[in-house]
Each structure stands twice: as C-alpha cells, then as structure tokens.
Design a protein around this ligand. Structure first.
Ligand code: SGN
Ligand code: CA
Length: 497
C-alpha cells in the first residue's frame, strides 16, 4: 500500500498538492443517459448533474458489463466481471469476504460509508458505516438497515437518502472520506415525490424513432420479450392510474388522490381521443420517470452545495453514475438487460478539483471504477482487478483513446417477467457484436451508421469486419478468463458461420 501511495503521489499533481482526496460516488438506479440534459436529453433539465459534466469529464461510451442491478453493483465494488466475482444475477448473495475497493480505501486510512440502495443481500463490508435499503427498497416510508438493525423512516426515499448523506458528511472527522450514495430512483415503478407530483404536466415527450419498430432487423426474441410499453406496463403499478403507494394512508393518501385525480382523467381522455395506447402510456411513463429523476438531480445539487459550503469541493472527487441505463421507449420498451445502447450504455461523469473539462469517447466499463477510485486515492490497484483505471483521463482526456473495446455478459435465463435471452458481446468505436448463446443467434451493428441498432449486419454473411470482431470477442473472453465451455460454444458458432 505504501508503495502505491508513493507512486500515486509522484504521478498525480492533484494528489501531491493536497492530502488524499475525499471521494463521493453517487450511483442511481436505472438512470438512462437519455434522461440527463448533459447527455442531450430532450426530456428533462438536470442542472446539477450537468454542472458536474461542465466541470468534469463526461464519458459518452460508458457501459455496464451486465445490465442488471446487483451484478452491476458487484462489478463496481470488485473491479471484476460476474464470472470472477461470482455475482451473475439479482438472486445471488454477494460474497462480501472478497476484496473490494472500499476495503482497500479503508485499509489506506479512509473513513467509508454507503447510504441508500445496496441490493447485494449480504451486509456491506469495507464500510465503517452503512445505512442501506433492503433489496429494492420502498419509495415511501422506506426501511433502512444499519449495524443496529432495521428502522422505518417516514418520507420519500430520494430525499431521505440525500438527508442521511448530508448528515454523514457533516460528522466531524480527521480522515479523508469515501461516501457511496445509492439512489433507488428512478427505478421502476417510478413513484415520484410529493414535491414533483404536479411537475411537467404541460410537457409532451418526444417519441424515439424506434418507439414503433417492427423488430424486423433484430433477433427472434426481440418482438417477444415482456417489455412493451403498450402491452406489459401495468395500468396501476407502473402507470399509476388509479393507484396510490401502499405506504400512504389518511391525509397523505388524500393528498395523493387529490394530486392524481386530474392526471388520471387526462390519461383517460388522451387515450379516448387518440385511441393510441402506446403513445398515451409513453407520455405517462416518461412524465413519472422524469419526476423521479428530478429528485435525484436535486439530491446531487444538495450534496454539491454542501461540499462547496464547507470548502471540501476543493479536495473531493465526485463521480455520478448509474448501475445501468433504461429503455425510454426505444424499441417500444421500458426496462433493460439487453446490450443495446439505452440499456447497457450508462452515464458516467467524473469531476476532480482543478480539472480541465472534457468529453471522453473511450469505451469504458463499470469494472473500471474500482481501479479509478483507488488511483484517485493514491492506493495501489490489486493486480487481479479486471478493470483499468480511468484516472489518467482527468489529466489528459486523450490518454484513453486506446480504450477501444468493452465487454458484456448477461446471464439471467429464468426470469418470467422479461424473458430477455442470455448473451455475450463486445462494443467497439464502430460496432457492436452480440451472441445470444441460447438462441444461437448473432447480431452485428454499425453503431455509427445505425445508432438505434435496428439493422443486423450479421445476416449479410461473412466478411472482414465480422471475422475481426468475432476474433476480438473470443480474445476478450480469454483475456477475462471466461468459462472455457462458453468460449468453446462461441468458437463453434463462429466456425459454423
Ligand atoms: C423489479 C422490476 C423490474 C426490474 C427488476 C430488476 N419490476 O422486478 O422492472 O427489471 O426489478 O431491476 S417491478 O414490478 O418490481 O417494478 S434491477 O435494477 O434491480 O436489476
Ligand atoms: Ca438497476
């Protein structure tokens, strides 16, 4: 560790002129890039996340290797892929005995805490303090788990997590801190705060060009998955028509009902007038999702204000990301799991004091966060971490231009709710190659010419690009020590063309 610190101090101008920096990592849940104005969202203004982007590095090709909540979080903590850290799906209990970056920070003298969404079933390890939601947590009157046990906190989850985080930041301390703030929002079922119930009523959300795709260019499961905004969103629990969160009773229930009655009527009237369930549901879905995002952005603003008020902004690295993205109507869908851009593509913004703002187009992954944070702290990165530090980009954005590939693997095979087929895939600057190994089907996209990923070029037959990409996929699987049986299957499928 000492050697790592010395190397870190020698390399980093920032770290050598300051004490070890504080680190604030904010991880929201299912927050699509398309719902952040810094990423060009037509749907919402997120001024506080935008401020981070204006003052930091915005990563435009950042991905989660496994577009599902718990595996993505395990990848963040360990810097390793699911087949190495053991966390392949949402039903697994995280092995908290394995090395993680919070443990390494703690060993290097950091005070560490995690507040909010955790979703890894076992109690957090590597954190001096934890105050986390059980499982998915609740939007209203959530239960939190600490070392002392479980308590119900009245109120709205995003605001409570922000308040708890502010309180933790205000505790006196002599050590540098690492705080991981996990927001539940804007996760399904997109229940907004009383402060946003009546927002965006006049807004009409632009429909993505693929809202009404016929799936003709895609794999055979794409038209069949249970992710359709018109067919699968539940009128009450998802669209919140004639619905109220179970926790609300008495006056709070009456207030909810008063605020929603006219919105429910407007929904019914729009449906009646248009006879277009997809368009009507889409508007209703996006409005509630964006309300949830608004609370997350406000929470980011409150934390940034607190750092500024205390002068800690000058010595704190702030990172904003999500566990993965989310479909906001692309392919007619909500939810995630696919390697397609809205789902596996993930926001990542990183600010450090004194940084020259930049946009990074390198292909990066959630497994890179652990080594990045360790390097930022001047702590040696364990050799077996599979991610690679993004910290150099905060010195010279061009340093990452050699990052030209990212890997993903989705494992869930028995989920009756969504039915997304398992896959392995790589993304490069120009292409995405996906192999659905249960379907034995391939997809190859030119993401530059076809950013909405509608034209599967695999069907054009063998060619040089295809040969090169399949070679790269197998090489990456070998490098990452993937299951040899799976590598064998992939090779076999390639040889059969
Ligand atoms: C719940 C949601 C799903 C979501 C999974 C996993 N359904 O089951 O929409 O994909 O969680 O999400 S809901 O009816 O409970 O809202 S994850 O982010 O935790 O992976
Ligand atoms: Ca998630």
């Amino acid at each position: 560790v000492l050697k790592g610190v010395l190397v870190g101090l020698a390399v980093l101008g920032f770290a050598s002129s300051h004490a070890a920096p504080n680190i604030l990592l904010i991880v929201s849940d299912d927050h699509a890039r398309a719902a952040i104005s810094a990423y060009g969202s037509p749907h919402i203004q997120t001024p506080h996340i935008d401020q981070l982007a204006r003052e930091g590095v915005r990563f435009d090709r950042h991905y989660t290797p496994n577009p599902l909540c718990a595996p993505s979080r395990a990848a963040i903590l360990t810097g390793k892929h699911a087949h190495i850290n053991g966390h392949r799906d949402n039903t697994t209990t995280f092995d908290g005995d394995q090395p993680t970056f919070p443990k390494a920070l703690q060993a290097a003298g950091y005070e560490t805490a995690v507040i909010g969404k955790w979703h890894l079933q076992s109690d957090p390890t590597g954190f001096d303090d934890f105050d986390v939601l059980p499982g998915q947590g609740a939007y209203y009157d959530p239960v939190f788990i600490t070392r002392e046990g479980r308590t119900t906190t009245p109120g709205y989850v995003t605001e409570i997590i922000t308040e708890k985080s502010l309180a933790w930041l205000r505790q006196p301390r002599s050590k540098p801190f690492f705080l991981m703030v996990g927001h539940k929002a804007p996760h399904r079922n997109f229940i907004p705060s009383p402060s946003t119930w009546s927002l965006f009523l006049d807004k009409t959300y632009a429909e993505p060009p693929t809202l009404r795709t016929d799936y003709a260019g895609l794999n055979s499961m794409a038209p069949q998955v249970s992710m359709r905004i018109d067919r699968h969103m539940r009128l009450q629990e998802d669209l919140m028509v004639q619905y109220a969160p179970p926790a609300l009773e008495g006056d709070r229930l009456a207030q909810w009902q008063a605020a929603w009655a006219t919105q429910d009527q407007a929904y019914a009237a729009q449906l009646e007038a248009s006879n277009d369930l997809l368009a009507t549901n889409y508007q209703r879905y996006l409005r509630n999702y964006m309300r949830c995002v608004k609370s997350v952005d406000d929470g980011v603003g409150a934390l940034l204000d607190e750092l500024r008020r205390t002068g800690q902004d000058k010595n704190t690295v702030v990172i904003y990301t999500s566990d993965q993205g989310f479909f906001l109507g692309e392919n007619g869908w909500y939810d995630k799991r696919w390697f397609y851009e809205p789902s596996a593509g993930t926001p990542l913004i990183m600010r450090r004091p004194g940084l020259r703002p930049a946009v990074a187009t390198a292909l990066t992954s959630n497994v890179d966060l652990a080594p990045t944070i360790l390097e930022a702290a001047g702590v040696a990165v364990p050799a077996d971490m599979q991610g690679r530090s993004l910290w150099p980009v905060t010195q010279r954005p061009t340093d990452l231009t050699n990052r030209n590939l990212t890997y993903g693997h989705f494992y869930e095979s028995d989920d009756p709710d969504h039915r997304v087929p398992r896959w392995v895939g790589i993304a490069t600057q120009r292409n995405k190659l996906i192999y659905y190994y249960d379907l034995k089907e391939w997809e190859l996209f030119d993401v530059v010419a076809d950013p909405y990923e509608q034209k599967n070029l695999w069907s054009l037959g063998p060619n040089a690009t295809r040969a090169e990409l399949t070679r790269k996929l197998v090489a990456e699987m070998r490098r990452l020590k993937e299951d040899p049986d799976l590598i064998f299957q992939v090779n076999l499928a390639i040889s059969r063309g």
